[in-house]
Ligand binder design. Structure first.
Ligand code: DAH
Length: 354
């Protein structure tokens, strides 16, 4: 009996002294494992005189029960301590500044920034973003937009053509985002409200022209749209985009084959802190009945407006960037100066330009 209580004292002390789960398991194996000290006592049972066997067996079982309970209790304590230690080391302090590295030093190109700003503004006005390919057909880039083969507007566009195919048709690099109007009207039913930002190409190069540049197209089609809606949308856009309360706008009569009437729109440069000048920012008009017909829409029932804006141009105006060619020269110093933080996503609520 004294041996058993001595053994109990020793084992409970070992359990209490186990500093981690590994040590505790070693104690468990040494006590109640197959060759542990308690298990060995059990195996001696058979060699005892019959009258002692029962009492000894009960005592060893009681000891085993106490030791097992103590092991479980200690394990629970050590498990909790291990979890707390892990939580302490894995804790992330979200208030810390961003670490130096690509996320901090990377820059969003001004054109991408303005693209996102425009999407944010027009999405708030209920427009969806539509897309079309850079490589287009003659039909979608010109004919369907009411620009037939001999139309002078074709010359103005300085088009990059691919080699003609066997059937005589030619693919081209789209010269404007207007073909997305056709794609949308041929694949969706009115009411339609889309913007289509993207790359366009013309064989032209000087300080204000590059062979590739960006436009953003807008199209609204339904049964009651009129020029008042067009003016309102453009005014709301200009105020939101230039982040001012008022923008004076001037609508000048113009001509585009795919709109009738057509207008060019200037803004008072007071919007960018340079009063006294008018700056042209876009072309627009009411969608020409021929264009509607080319898309299977009845012009007696449906009308709408369209506009096309140079994204690079409005970027230069808003952010005071003088030379268009620098946009595409991949000069890191330029990008660090004019670029935007990756983490400043433009939102109407939080501020467009951060
Ligand atoms: N596609 C024209 C261009 O590239 C711009 C334009 C003018 C688009 C008037 C339109 C529009 O949708 O209505 O010069």
């Amino acid at each position: 009996m004294t041996d058993l209580s001595k053994l109990e004292g020793e084992l409970l002390a070992e359990i209490a002294g186990a500093a981690d789960l590994g040590q505790l398991d070693a104690v468990r194996v040494g006590a109640i494992g197959k060759k542990g000290r308690i298990s060995e006592l059990m195996s001696k049972l058979g060699s005892l005189p019959a009258e002692e066997r029962k009492a000894f067996g009960q005592s060893v079982n009681t000891l085993k029960g106490k030791v097992s309970d103590a092991l479980d209790a200690r394990k629970a304590v050590l498990d909790r301590a291990a979890l707390e230690a892990r939580l302490a080391t894995e804790r992330a302090d979200v208030t810390l500044p961003v670490r130096a590295g690509s996320l901090l030093s990377g820059r969003i190109h001004p054109v991408s920034q303005v693209f996102d700003e425009c999407v944010e503004i027009f999405a708030d006005l209920g427009f969806e973003v539509a897309e079309g390919p850079d490589i287009e057909t003659d039909d979608l880039n010109f004919d369907a937009l009411n620009i037939p083969a001999e139309h002078p507007a074709r010359q103005e566009h300085d088009t990059f053509y691919f080699a003609p195919k066997a059937d005589g048709s030619r693919l081209l690099l789209r010269t404007h985002t207007s073909p997305v109007q056709i794609r949308t009207m041929r694949s969706q039913k009115p009411p339609i409200r889309i913007i289509a930002p993207g790359r366009v190409y013309r064989s032209d190069s000087d300080q204000t022209h590059t062979p590739m540049f960006h436009q953003i197209e807008g199209l609204v089609i339904d049964e009651t749209t009129h020029m008042g809606h067009l003016k309102w949308v453009l005014e709301e856009f200009a105020k939101a985009f230039f982040e001012v309360d008022e923008v004076r706008m001037r609508f000048r009569a113009s001509h585009f084959p795919f709109t009738e009437p057509s207008m060019e729109v200037d803004i008072d440069a007071a919007a960018i802190g340079k009063p006294g000048q008018w700056l042209e920012i876009l072309g627009c008009g009411m969608v020409h009945p021929n264009v509607l017909r080319n898309c299977g829409l009845d012009p007696e029932k449906y009308q709408g407006f369209a506009f096309g804006m140079g994204l690079d141009r409005i970027t230069m105006l808003k952010y005071g960037i003088p030379d268009l060619r620098a946009f595409f020269s991949a000069d890191l110093r330029w990008l660090r100066h004019y670029g935007f933080s990756v983490l400043d996503v433009p939102t109407l609520g939080g501020g467009l330009s951060g």
